[in-house]
Design a protein around this ligand. Structure first.
Ligand SMILES: Nc1ncnc2c1ncn2[C@@H]1O[C@H](COP(=O)(O)OP(=O)(O)OP(=O)(O)O)[C@@H](O)[C@H]1O
Length: 313
């Protein structure tokens, strides 16, 4: 799926240009520019208060930016503008449903609002109930659902009209591990098989790394970094941890051979990490053979905290 204007090049499904949102002294979103291309799963990653929800609300026309512009599916977003509504599914607040209505009835309300036909069988409501594993809950009232199933119902409501673009604020909140895996598979399948573009927010890099194709790191309203999820591995720092029976001597030996060991014999020199066997050889030759040589890799959460500069907070 591509969005085209006349004969020109495909335009991004989402385009944010220098968008800011201020609330008095608080700058919730600060000069953000980003593009999301068709079929991407773009994750906005940020700690609490980073500005994710504010940016998502801007995309949906719920908040007007103080500065800059936001376009979705080729149309400039402004308050009351509904052009993209029929082609967009979204989940932005805590999952809400009519408590007295059943799962099927809740979805039926959305079907009517969106003027979707009931045919061909099974119809959009039953199809989405099955797709989101809600079949055994279809006749249960929403008020009797667990948090996870309520979240699943909210996703079903966002998907019932098979949107081209799906915008989800923290979509796996409240789901158990099996539910997280299921939603991840569903979103990946939507992007891969149906070309659906997904923009989601999360504060969990580990989760996002498994799901997203592109990641934008937001902090204090600013987009600090954007990267392809496939390039994440190269961003993770590595180091070589060495242990010997005489670390003081080993430290001296390594320091005089062009390495830069920390006091606990951790090396961050590239050539040490690439060639730990050379470190071992030096130590053996100088009479302090290593009892341990371990290349350690930064985990994803540490990387994220390093990028947002909060690791020492
Ligand atoms: N209506 C508002 N009035 C004043 N400040 C606001 C308003 N909405 C958001 N903010 C502030 O803007 C900043 C960004 O909030 P936002 O809800 O967008 O962050 P978030 O990344 O979605 O956080 P969370 O993960 O906690 O939902 C926060 O400091 C928040 O307190």
């Amino acid at each position: 799926m591509t969005v085209k204007i006349g004969q020109s090049e495909p335009v991004p499904v989402i385009e944010v240009v220098n968008a800011s949102k201020r609330y008095g002294d608080v700058v919730a979103v600060d000069g953000v520019s980003l593009q999301v291309q068709a079929g991407q799963i773009y994750a906005l990653l940020g700690l609490n208060g980073a500005g994710k929800t504010t940016l998502i609300r801007m995309l949906l026309g719920m908040i007007t930016p103080t500065e800059g512009s936001v376009s979705v599916l080729g149309a400039r977003v402004s308050r009351g503008e509904r052009a993209a509504w029929g082609r967009t599914g979204y989940l932005v607040e805590a999952p809400a449903a009519y408590p007295e209505l059943t799962v099927r009835e809740n979805l039926e309300v959305v079907r009517r609002l969106r003027r979707l036909p009931t045919r061909p069988a099974p119809g959009p409501v039953d199809a989405i109930i099955e797709r989101l594993s809600l079949t055994s809950y279809a006749d249960r009232r929403a008020q009797a659902l667990s948090m996870g199933n309520l979240q699943r119902l909210a996703l079903a409501k966002a998907l019932v009209h098979a949107p081209e673009l799906l915008i989800l604020d923290e979509p796996v909140n409240g789901l158990d591990p099996a539910g997280v895996v299921e939603i991840r598979a569903l979103l990946a399948d939507l992007a891969r098989e149906h070309g659906t573009t997904v923009l989601l927010s999360s504060h969990l890099l580990t989760e996002v790394a498994r799901l997203a194709t592109r990641i934008g790191i937001l902090h204090h309203g600013r987009l600090l970094q954007e990267l392809a999820a496939s390039g994440l591995d190269q961003q993770l720092r590595r180091r070589l941890r060495v242990a010997t029976r005489d670390d003081t001597k080993a430290h001296h030996v390594l320091s005089t051979r062009g390495y830069h060991p920390a006091s606990d014999l951790v090396l961050t020199d590239d050539h040490a990490i690439e060639h730990p066997e050379q470190v071992a050889t030096v130590l053996v030759k100088c009479g302090v053979p290593p009892v341990q040589l371990l290349v350690e890799e930064e985990d994803l959460e540490t990387y994220f905290l390093r990028v947002v500069g909060a690791d020492n907070a």
